[in-house]
Ligand binder design. Sequence first.
Ligand SMILES: [Zn+2]
Length: 299
Amino acid sequence: MNPDTTPYRSQALQYLESGLGYPIPSAYPFEKSPPLTGWTGRRGAMPSKAQVHQWMETHPDSNILLRLAPNVIGIDVDDYDDKHGVATRGRIGELHGMLPPTSWSTARKYPSGIYWFRLRIWMDTDKMRDPGEHVEVIRHEHRYAVVPPSWNPSARARYRWSDNAMPHVTELPYLPTEWYVHLNRGCSCFEEERAERRRLSMRLSNRAPGLVGVNQARRDIALAANALANTSEGSRNNMLSSIAGRFILYDVVINNVLSLDEVTGLMMAAAKHAGLDARETERTIQSAIEWATREGEMK
Ligand SMILES: [Zn+2]
């Protein structure tokens, strides 16, 4: 059996035995998504060995999408093109200690890749969040890992393991406790960010009446536009979506200090200045309007 043409059939059983997780076939050969439905996410079923055997017959050339075991997490660090997950991981490391060396898997160039850790029995992944730009947490309840020897169509390369060896779960180091606390956002280093968000919400929801409020709103939008221009390219559209949504919700829908036309006009100009694509900007602002209208009705 050639693993290059039959990733699922070649290694699905080894994954099941590794204790890392449950190998789900991609719905179509050599694709990263979607997985067969019903087998991932919080409510997904866990396949039996017999089921995996059956998929080896029916989906030999599927990629292996690994739904992680409850005691395993993958920290996915994207560091290619304009993605700088290695810097994000470094900043967390300065606060909480560096992650211990462990097995990694990737279809890109190291150090881009998924770093694998075992969890202590008391470590619960249910409320984990992504810790920063271009670093994602892959866990039992959320996402899956595309694993070797699957094919990555966008990287045009095969996934591989560090040292070319799939680890067994018992060989993985434990996730350090400080990182666990950080990933659960139970950590003091998020306090500043939380305080900043609270301050912004306070200002937005307590606009002064009349021209004072109008001028406040225009000043705040100018500050946000400036922040948008200084955001890294990969995050700009997310940032636009979040600021457009907030300003439309508070300044147009709730406090009525600016017109929708003015806010969307200012957002379009800010996005253009930041180098965002015009059609993507239109879509983003349209969905921000829809979001703000729904939220406004609930308040
Ligand atoms: Zn922290």
